[in-house]
Design a protein around this ligand. Structure first.
Ligand code: UDP
Length: 298
């Protein structure tokens, strides 16, 4: 959120540091307009604010499945607490929702009007249903209490400052390649994802936050370039020059077979589309993880 500070805003950053890392914000700590508060959104908080970005919740399956009950609480109680804060302060509030609300989609590419195909009792449900319920709460606070809301559905995102133990496919493959380890394809690697570079996501998120009040979303933000996981592995091997082999591991339960955003709404309403091709974003991400390995951080 460097852009917010550069624009002259005061930023209060709330984090419980379950998956966050203080190294990612250390360059902001000396800025008098930046304040860090260790806080968990499942508990209420009283602050004076005029804009709220509710990004709280672990987003990687390994992290959100570590304590599934807490994951549901983070999305549901967290949304209630943040919406309560927005209502009291008359702040505009943005919810980070997810492509996971589409589950294992029958409609491809995914449009915002598609209601999704989520297994309500599976191991991903704590994340998917938590985020779906948060969307419901946002729309109800908007209709019932007139809170100004924005819902953004974020598709797979990657880039520098990802946690080395994030457990997601980009960080796993890049670190495996840089360490000369085998690259772990879950299943046959034929499932697809569409990877959006972090800066592109932030641009879309800020454009939605600054859009006219009648634009509530949900709006998909993601990169429509669709790749199989095998293609991603091959690109990482090529860009790192690694000698890693591809090895297969079991496909996790309910792993979506394909995913690609339809971004017509974002293009039309926000004038937004991603500008960073996967190859370019991967090069920057590889350089970042090389730096961490050099520093001995991971
Ligand atoms: N995946 C993989 N190897 C890994 C990590 C993930 O093949 O080491 C696969 C995973 O099964 C999924 C895709 O990559 O099909 C994206 O997984 P990730 O956890 O990054 O995100 P999500 O499944 O939430 O989209």
């Amino acid at each position: 959120m460097v852009g917010l500070l550069a624009e002259g805003n005061e930023v209060l950053c709330l984090d419980n540091f379950f998956t966050g890392d203080k190294r990612n914000i250390r360059h902001l700590l000396d800025n008098p307009r930046f304040e860090l508060i260790r806080h968990d959104v499942t508990l209420p908080i009283f602050l004076e604010v005029d804009r709220i970005f509710n990004l709280a919740c672990p987003a990687s399956p390994v992290h959100y499945q570590f304590d599934p009950v807490q994951t549901v609480k983070t999305s549901v109680h967290g949304a209630i607490n943040m919406l309560g804060l927005a209502r009291r302060t008359k702040a505009r509030i943005l919810q980070a929702s997810t492509s996971e609300v589409y589950g294992d989609p029958d409609v491809h590419p995914q449009v915002e009007g598609y209601w999704g195909n989520v297994n309500t009792i599976g191991p991903r449900a704590c994340y998917d249903e938590g985020k779906r319920c948060a969307e419901t709460l946002f729309m109800d606070y908007h209709r019932q209490h007139g809170v100004e809301i924005k819902i953004i559905r974020i598709f797979n995102t990657y880039g520098p400052r990802m946690h080395p133990n994030d457990g997601r496919v980009v960080s796993n493959f890049v670190l495996q390649a840089l360490r000369g380890e085998d690259i772990t394809l879950f299943g046959e690697g034929e499932q697809t994802r569409s990877f959006c570079y972090c800066d592109d996501l932030l641009e879309g998120m800020c454009r939605l936050m600054n859009s006219p009040a009648e634009i509530t979303g949900p709006i998909n933000i993601g990169n429509p370039g669709e790749f199989t996981i095998r293609e991603l592995a091959e690109m990482v091997i090529e860009l790192t020059g690694a000698k890693s082999k591809l090895v297969h591991r079991p496909l996790p339960q309910d792993d979506p077979r394909r995913r690609r955003p339809d971004i017509t709404q974002a293009q039309k309403l926000l004038g937004w589309q991603p500008v960073t091709p996967l190859r370019e974003g991967l090069k920057r991400t590889i350089a970042y993880f090389e730096g961490l390995l050099r520093e001995g951080v991971c």
